[in-house]
Design a protein. Structure first.
Length: 552
């Protein structure tokens, strides 16, 4: 088929489907992490970014293309998390800037020009752009799309040629980045972008493919509105509102059979779906039984279980609290507040005890969005905010907040929990923010970070095979130890760290799967072996990483 223009309606449909395609394939993208650690989340971050872009675009009730594109760009920005999500949001931002006011449709040249503008914005967002990443794939795709418009104005044909070229560039990314070649993977962000382009193309080829799904989604939303309107907590028979997405590899799912199995567990049942992605909504007293039955059909995502009675009680209590707050005495406003991204109950307590006024839940495998960080910043009365990302994949996200608030926001580029703690200890409440930023940033040079985790998949490093489940020792972001026992890996990791600094403070933060007894035994051995180190242990409570080690 030939297509010469994309209007607002078609763009929104294509956007929705491309997001669903990425959601369905995010695990594939996640698996392309260079190191096989269990926090490869490129696909997840990009998918969550797209999810919010779609949500904002869906709020535009008209078919005004410019309004839809602008809304999607805003949603992508607010939902952006991780480096890949931020870069994707900047692609959207530039694309929106490339669509002129009053445009009702885009032809092939206009589409390509807007995409090229998106690539330019994405490159600007990264301080030191690296080739062999999503940026390279996006740039090559945009240039190819522009090239194809010189020969044809058929958008479908040109996008097909563009995707074909982008795939070839993706296959070449290991040659551009040796670390990709060593790991035997292509760039994850580039792969995610191609999945999005393919989803977009599918709708351009078949504009009606989403109509049935969208109609059923609308029915679901209206039904939920009815529930809220008629809710009487005293009369609720089934108290748990249970929702989930069921993904199945089966070629066809008998929705009637699925409905009959779940209908006996409650009421207000709605099941909608297409393309092996099915949304389930039901009120039940046994949500676990609903999940168990759904599991027989495939994998579950976006599981949401709400206790409707408690929700109502919380609403009443919150309303009363808000009224009481008006009578509270004025609280002293600090000149500077520190916002830290931390995961793990023990680590949260540590950060609070040494000066972090606000803790945002996040870290490995759960990068907070721009919107979440922005909300935390806006809630503070202090005019100056210092953000400690404590993860290299959150720094770029935090930096985007600067341009979205009237507060003065500073980002100390902490890449790890030990760096964050060191920065906090360097903070002087009697100094101004500029002086503190310099002091806190300088403190990072004195910290060596070690981490012990496990391999989430088979891989290869420096010619050594890595098997799923192997223990991994990481020093300042570099994989340096592979072994079978975490205690031995930890000991070898400490040995390598000790070669960098012969004396100082060596601190162990043990994770949720490590006992205090094990951590104390490790600390005792290390203290005996390295008498020039002062050794301390703390409960970190972090997931995924058995130990986080700081040497300074």
């Amino acid at each position: 088929m030939s297509l010469e223009n994309i209007d607002g309606t078609l763009f929104r449909k294509a956007l929705i489907h491309s997001a669903r395609m990425l959601e369905r394939n995010k695990k594939v993208v996640d698996s392309l992490n260079v190191y096989p650690v269990p926090d490869g989340d490129t696909g997840t971050n990009m998918s969550l970014t797209m999810e919010q872009a779609v949500a904002e675009a869906a709020k535009i009730k008209s078919d005004d293309l410019k309004r839809i594109v602008d809304a999607a760009a805003w949603g992508a920005l607010m939902g952006a998390r991780g480096n890949s999500g931020v870069i994707l949001s900047q692609l959207f931002r530039g694309f929106a800037a490339g669509v002129a006011e009053g445009k009702n449709s885009l032809n092939s040249k206009e589409l390509a020009a807007a995409f090229k503008k998106g690539v330019e914005e994405a490159y600007k967002a990264v301080l030191r752009p690296v080739e062999g990443t999503i940026l390279t794939v996006a740039r090559e795709a945009a240039e190819r799309m522009l090239h194809e418009t010189k020969k044809s104005m058929d958008i479908v044909n040109n996008l097909e040629k563009t995707i074909e070229h982008a795939k070839k560039i993706l296959d070449k990314t290991p040659e551009m980045l040796p670390i990709l070649k060593e790991a035997g993977v292509v760039d994850a962000g580039g792969k995610g972008l191609i999945i999005l382009l393919e989803g977009f193309l599918q709708v351009l080829k078949n504009p009606n493919m989403l109509e049935e799904y969208e109609d059923e989604e609308l029915i679901l939303e209206k039904e939920k509105e009815k529930e809220q309107g008629r809710l009487n907590v005293e009369d609720i028979e089934y108290i748990y509102c249970t929702e989930l997405i069921l993904q199945t590899e089966k070629p066809e799912v008998d929705l009637e059979d699925l409905k009959s199995q779940i209908s006996v567990l409650g009421d207000s049942l709605l099941i909608t779906g297409m393309n092996n992605v099915i949304k389930i909504h039901v009120h039940t007293n046994h949500p676990g039984d609903v999940l168990e039955k759904a599991l027989k059909w495939g994998e579950l995502t976006k599981v949401k279980i709400d206790n409707m009675k408690l929700q109502h009680e919380e609403f009443v209590r919150t309303s009363a609290d808000q009224s009481a707050d008006h009578d509270d005495a004025a609280v002293e406003v600090k000149d500077t507040e520190i916002v830290a991204v931390v995961s793990g109950e023990g680590l949260k307590e540590i950060f609070k005890s040494i000066g972090a006024g606000v803790i945002i839940e996040g870290g490995q495998s759960m990068n907070p969005s721009i919107e979440k960080i922005l909300a935390a910043v806006e809630e503070q009365k202090s005019p100056n905010i210092i953000i400690l990302p404590n993860n290299k994949n959150i720094i770029l996200t935090a930096e985007q907040v600067r341009n979205l608030t009237n507060k003065k926001v500073y980002v100390v580029p902490t890449k790890s929990i030990p760096q964050g703690i060191s920065a906090l200890l360097a903070y002087d409440p009697n100094s101004g923010p500029e002086e503190n930023i310099k002091r806190m940033s300088d403190s990072l040079k004195n910290v060596i970070t070690g981490e012990v985790t496990f391999a989430a998949r088979d891989s290869k490093w420096n010619g050594t095979a890595i098997k799923e489940g192997d223990m991994l020792g990481i020093m300042d972001g570099e994989l340096v130890v592979i072994g079978n026992e975490r205690q031995k890996v930890l000991e070898e990791l400490v040995q390598k760290m000790a070669k960098k600094k012969q004396s100082g403070m060596l601190t162990f933060y043990y994770g949720e799967k490590v006992t205090q007894e094990e951590a104390e035994e490790i600390a005792r051995k290390v203290a005996e072996r390295y008498p020039d180190f002062e050794v301390e242990i703390y409960r970190g409570g972090q997931s995924l990483y058995y130990y986080i080690v700081s040497l300074e």
